[in-house]
Design a protein around this ligand. Sequence first.
Ligand code: IPM
Ligand code: MG
Length: 360
Amino acid sequence: MMEYKIALLEGDGIGPEVVAEAVKVLLAVEKKFGVRFNFEKALIGGCAYDEYKTPLPQQTIDICKASDAVILGAVGDWKYDMLPPDVRPEKALLGIRKALNLFANLRPAIVYDELSSSSTLKSEVVSGVDIMIVRELTGDVYFGTPRGIEVVNGEKVGYNNMIYKESEIERIAHVAFQTAMKRNKKLCSVDKANVLDVSRLWREVMERVAKSYPEVTLSHMYVDNAAMQLIRDPKQFDVIVTGNIFGDILSDEASMLVGSLGMLASASLSDGKIGMYEPIHGSAPDLRGKDVVNPIATILSAAMMMKYSFSRSDIYDSIDNAVKLVLSEGYRTQDIYTDAVQKLVGTAKMGDLIAEKVIA
Ligand code: IPM
Ligand code: MG
């Protein structure tokens, strides 16, 4: 029997609630597919700070490194807003990405037919959208140095460094082209090469790597135009590759095509063995403990784990189908509830329903 060791980093806010539903679905996967998961929890974010005075304890990194994959809920809570930047919960998220070398972040934005009326955009614009955003995750202005705030000529100056090495662009380019090869062989690289030097290098490297993938059609788009095109005609996109900060912004934008942040899963991959899987939404501390948030993003992240870490596309499909079935039966959490004929359910009930369909 295949056994997988999974680190569970529940984090803060609604993190534990959504991770619990992903675990529920994975327990259904155990029954149905005869695999075995060994879960180990570790603290990250504000809850880790409360316990160890650091949001990312070394033992959390060690537990992740000793696992086959990591499932993460979310980090952050307003109650930590006054902490110095170095020990903020968000720092832990960046820290774990870096520690595990998770440079490739895959963020699919798929509009399920059942939800095409949940988007604020017209359903004819969004129905059928299936975009994969490949976001570089361990470089860019997020990690560049020098950075800081200091006093220059009597006033404060804040600065960060948007920086990419050729090797960093190259490896994300390969992930993007390989992703495109498995889909419709269409890749759009998003940058700001009309203004930024770092983007000119990005574009140059993308063109170079493209030579190894002659079947893929590569196009380039400036990020401001891409933000506009995503809303105007999202179906023109298949795979998008971009840097860390542009990818952060465009993936939140893409979530609104789908209707809710609560639907968007992600995979963060390295060239080694560990992948980390997390919903793209945050910790929503105001909703904690109310059993109202949508667990589907985390459940689909667990599905992505089966596909990308364990090469079990069959299990991915089974979970994905279970989600579609439950939606087609009219069950909705509050974030995707649009119509009185639908059945409003809470977080735990949504997890139960999806788990039942996986086993059925
Ligand atoms: C995301 C989040 C994080 C990011 C924050 C919480 C640091 O917005 O995963 O998209 O900016 O990467
Ligand atoms: Mg973000």
